[in-house]
Design a binder for this molecule. Structure first.
Ligand SMILES: [Zn+2]
Length: 276
């Protein structure tokens, strides 16, 4: 799997590939243009919700393929289904041409999580498979259940998943107060399983938190909230400053600069620039 090798390369060389979650064609375009400029490989995250919003997985795939062709994008691009809640969704995405999927069975028992992850790995030898162990919190340090080291060892041993997302204190959405990341846990996981690890809930962490996570095995970092915030802020400001504008082209284009700023800043912190 050529594309998995990109993540292995990051893992072995001490940087992380950004997963930027996208919502539509323009958003995807600005992410791709900035990654191309910085010569950074990129993972484009699409959720089930977004695929549905677009019209289907194939639409997402075609948007990405069309942009790669028309914009002459030469960096490695991995199209990833984020937080799939069912095997059916994973299969639909794979059929549509996604390179990578995350099956999120973290709220089920470990046995059920292993069973579904294992079957996806076995049945889809050309797809990158990510699973999650423990519970990554939501909005403000709530509901975090730190991963159990033995559980992570077991799921790796029994499924041979390509990527594992441990819960080590990050949260989806917005942090309230100081994030409480457990780097010792991350270090122990890295020593036990020697597999690229994934950070969910990367929006809003300090540069130091990112760097320490990367040095302890994080090779893929998911960014969603920070892009959405930049998008919304830009649209709000544009409409406020241009109250009579009615052309969606100009309104939508107004997000380009702010989105690209977020992408460019994070790529440099993750160290994925100039890797092509
Ligand atoms: Zn996530």
């Amino acid at each position: 799997m050529n594309k998995y090798n990109e993540i292995i390369k990051a893992y072995k060389n001490g940087y992380a590939i950004p997963q930027f979650n996208t919502i539509n064609a323009e958003y995807t375009r600005y992410i791709l243009e900035e990654c191309e400029k910085e010569k950074s490989p990129v993972i484009l995250g699409v959720s089930e919700k977004v695929a549905k919003h677009l019209g289907g997985f194939k639409v997402a795939k075609n948007i990405v393929d069309g942009l790669i062709e028309d914009l002459n994008i030469t960096i490695p691009v991995i199209l990833h289904l984020d937080h799939a809640k069912s095997k059916e969704a994973c299969e639909k995405a794979i059929k549509a041409g996604f390179d990578s999927i995350m099956i999120d069975y973290s709220s089920y028992t470990l046995e059920e999580n292993i069973k579904i992850t294992k079957s996806l790995v076995l049945e889809n030898p050309n797809t990158i498979i990510e699973c999650e162990v423990g519970t990554i919190g939501k909005n403000g340090n709530e509901g975090i259940i730190y991963s159990n080291l033995e559980d992570i060892e077991k799921i790796k041993r029994e499924t041979n998943a390509h990527l594992i997302a441990p819960s080590f204190g990050t949260v989806h959405g917005v942090y309230k107060g100081e994030p409480r990341l457990n780097f010792n846990l991350l270090k122990e996981i890295k020593n036990k399983i020697d597999t690229p690890l994934v950070m969910h809930g990367g929006s809003g962490l300090s540069d130091e938190n990112f760097k320490e996570s990367i040095s302890n095995g994080i090779a893929k970092i998911n960014i969603n909230t920070e892009l959405k915030q930049a998008w919304t802020k830009s649209i709000r400001e544009f409409l406020k400053n241009n109250p009579t504008e009615t052309d969606p082209v100009y309104i939508t284009e107004s997000v380009s600069e702010e989105l690209k700023k977020v992408v460019s800043k994070l790529i440099k912190i993750f160290g994925s620039n100039n890797r092509i």
